[in-house]
Design a protein around this ligand. Structure first.
Ligand code: NBP
Length: 472
C-alpha cells in the first residue's frame, strides 16, 4: 500500500478541518488521536470516502507516512504538545518534520526547535488562524523554524492556505519561535478589535438607544467602507442581528458578559512589557476582559457608585454611518494595528527574527480572524518604507488621524459623560495624542525622581547628567 503524504495528530476542531483541507488539496493523509474513538468517528463521518486513513497508535501512524515525514500536531498547547513530541520521537528518522500548529508560547517553540533540530528532525512552530471554517477552506498560516524545514513543507502549506489577490496567506516567517510570536501578536490585535467593536455596541445601545438590528445595519455600513471592511465587523453584524429562539429578543442580550483572557492576548502584553513596546489599546482590551470576569463585584458596586446623570448626545445616524463613532472605531483599529506592528518590529530586532513586515500584512489579508482591507494599506505603508517607525506617520494613516481625531475625542467625551467604560477608545486617543506630542510631562517625573532619589536627569539645553539639591 502506498504511503500517505501527510500526517495529523489531534482530531479537535482545528485538526479535523485541516486534514480535510490537506486531502482536498491532493495530500493523502493519516490521522491519529489520543482517544481512538474520535478517530473512528471521524473516519466513519466527515473523513469517509476520502484519501484519509487512521492509526491506533503512534508507531503505526508514523509507519504509514512517506519519508521525509510531514506531521502536523493540532493539540492543546503546553504539556500536551510536549507529550506528543516525546511519544512520537522514538519512531521518527533523520529529516522527518514535526509541525506544531497549536497556539504555543513562542519560548516553548524556541526550546523545541533547538531540541528537535539537534536530533536531526525538522521542527516548525506554525501559528494558524481562521477558526474551524478557515482551517477547512484556507487559513492564514505563520510558520517559523529553520528555512530548510520550511522548504520541506512549503508546497503543502501554500496549497492549504487562504488565497488572496497577491498570493497564498502563508510565508516563511523566520527562525526559532518567530511563527508563534507573530501568531501571538495577531491574537493580541484580535483582542483589541473585538473590544473596540464591543465598545461601539455599548455606546450605540446605551447612548443612542439602538436595537440590535439597527446596530447591525451600522455594522453593515461600516463593512462597506475601505477603512472598516473586515471579517470581525462582518461577524459582529451577524451577532447583533441574530434573535434568540423566542424570535423576539436579540440573542446577544442573553449572553453572560464575561470573557476569558488566558492565552495569547496575555502573552502579547507580557512580551510588550518585556520589550518596552507601547500597546495600550491591546492592554486595554485584555483588562476589559479582566474587569468583565468580576461580575459579582460589578453587580454589587452598581447601586453604590453613582454614574453621571444621563444626557442626550448626537452620535449621527445610519446615513452618515454614525460618523463620530466610525471615527472612533477606525482610529482605535489603526492604533491597535500600529501597536501590534510596532511590537513585531521591536521583537524582530531583539530576537533577530528579521521579520518582513509587508509579508506579514499580506498573509493576514485572508483566512485569519483579523483580515481586513486596512491590511492592504499596512502592506503598502511598509512597502513604501521598510523602516517606518510607526504606521501613524505613513501618509495614508496620518490623513486618517488628522481627519478623525476630533470624532474619537468626542466619543470619549460622550462616553465619559454617560459613565460608559470605553477602555480601548480612550487608550487609543491617549496613544495617538502621546505619539504626536513632542514634549510630554515626563520632565516633571524626572524632576521628582531626582528630588526623592537623586536619580539625576538630562537637560534639553546641554549634554550630561545633572542632579539638583531640590529640598535644600
Ligand atoms: P483543543 O485545543 O481542544 O485540543 C484537542 C486535541 O488535543 C484533541 O485531539 C485531544 O485529544 C488532544 N490532546 C489533549 Br487536550 N491532550 C493531549 C495529550 N496529552 N496527548 C495527546 N493529545 C492530546 O483543539 P482545537 O480547538 O482543535 O485546537 C488545537 C490547537 O490549535 C490548540 O493549540 C489551539 O489553541 C489552536 N488553535 C485553535 C483555534 C480554534 O479556533 N479552536 C484556532 C487557532 C489555533 P483527545 O481527543 O484524546 O482529548
Amino acid at each position: 500500500m502506498s504511503k500517505a503524504h501527510f500526517g495529523l495528530v489531534g482530531l479537535g476542531v482545528m485538526g479535523e478541518n485541516l486534514v480535510l483541507n490537506a486531502e482536498r488539496n491532493g495530500f493523502s493523509s493519516v490521522v491519529y488521536n489520543r482517544t481512538f474513538s474520535k478517530t473512528e468517528a471521524f473516519l466513519n463521518g466527515r473523513g469517509f470516502g476520502k484519501a484519509i486513513t487512521g492509526a491506533k497508535d503512534l508507531q503505526e501512524f508514523v509507519s504509514k507516512l512517506e519519508r521525509p515525514r510531514r506531521i502536523l500536531m493540532m493539540v492543546k498547547a503546553g504539556s500536551a504538545t510536549d507529550a506528543v513530541i516525546e511519544q512520537i520521537s522514538p519512531y521518527l528518522q533523520e529529516g522527518d518534520l514535526l509541525i506544531d500548529g497549536g497556539n504555543s508560547e513562542f519560548r516553548d517553540t524556541e526550546r523545541r526547535v533547538s531540541d528537535l533540530e539537534s536530533k536531526s528532525f525538522g521542527y516548525i512552530g506554525m501559528g494558524v488562524s481562521g477558526g474551524a471554517k478557515g482551517a477547512l477552506e484556507g487559513p492564514s498560516m505563520m510558520p517559523g523554524g529553520t528555512k530548510t524545514s520550511y522548504d520541506a513543507i512549503e508546497s503543502l502549506v501554500k496549497k492549504m492556505a487562504a488565497q488572496v489577490d497577491d498570493g497564498p496567506c502563508v510565508t516563511y516567517i523566520g527562525p526559532g519561535g518567530s511563527g508563534h510570536f507573530v501568531k501571538t501578536v495577531h491574537n493580541g490585535i484580535e483582542y483589541g478589535i473585538e473590544q473596540i467593536l464591543a465598545e461601539a455596541y455599548d455606546v450605540m445601545k446605551r447612548v443612542s438607544r439602538m436595537s440590535g438590528s439597527e446596530m447591525a445595519d451600522v455594522m453593515a455600513f461600516w463593512n462597506s467602507t475601505e477603512e472598516l471592511s473586515s471579517y470581525l465587523v462582518e461577524i459582529t453584524e451577524v451577532c447583533l442581528r441574530t434573535k434568540d429562539s423566542d424570535g423576539d429578543t436579540d440573542l446577544v442580550e442573553k449572553i453572560m458578559d464575561k470573557a476569558g483572557q488566558k492565552g495569547t492576548g496575555l502573552w502579547t502584553v507580557i512580551s510588550a512589557l518585556e520589550l518596552g513596546a507601547s500597546v495600550p489599546t491591546i492592554y486595554a482590551s485584555l483588562n476589559g476582559r479582566v474587569m468583565s470576569s468580576m461580575k459579582t463585584q460589578r453587580c454589587n458596586a452598581e447601586p453604590i457608585l453613582k454614574g453621571p446623570q444621563s444626557q442626550s448626545f448626537d452620535l449621527g445616524n445610519l446615513d452618515n454611518g454614525m460618523a463620530p463613532l466610525m471615527d472612533a472605531v477606525v482610529l482605535s483599529s489603526i492604533a491597535c494595528y500600529a501597536q501590534g506592528m510596532d511590537l513585531l518590529k521591536i521583537a524582530s530586532e531583539e530576537y533577530n527574527y528579521k521579520l518582513n513586515m509587508p509579508s506579514i500584512a499580506q498573509i493576514w489579508k485572508g483566512g485569519c480572524i483579523i483580515r481586513s482591507r486596512l491590511l492592504s494599506r499596512i502592506q503598502d505603508a511598509f512597502n513604501r518604507d521598510a523602516e517606518l517607525p510607526n504606521l501613524l506617520i505613513d501618509p495614508w494613516f496620518s490623513d486618517q488621524v488628522n481627519r478623525r481625531l476630533s470624532g474619537l475625542a468626542y466619543v470619549v467625551e460622550v462616553a465619559a459623560k454617560s459613565g460608559i467604560p470605553i477602555p480601548c477608545f480612550s487608550s487609543s486617543l491617549d496613544y495617538i495624542n502621546s505619539y504626536r506630542t513632542s514634549r510630554l510631562p515626563q520632565n516633571l517625573v524626572q524632576a521628582m525622581r531626582d528630588c526623592f532619589g537623586s536619580h539625576t536627569y538630562q537637560r534639553i539645553d546641554k549634554e550630561g547628567s545633572f542632579h539638583t539639591e531640590w529640598l535644600k
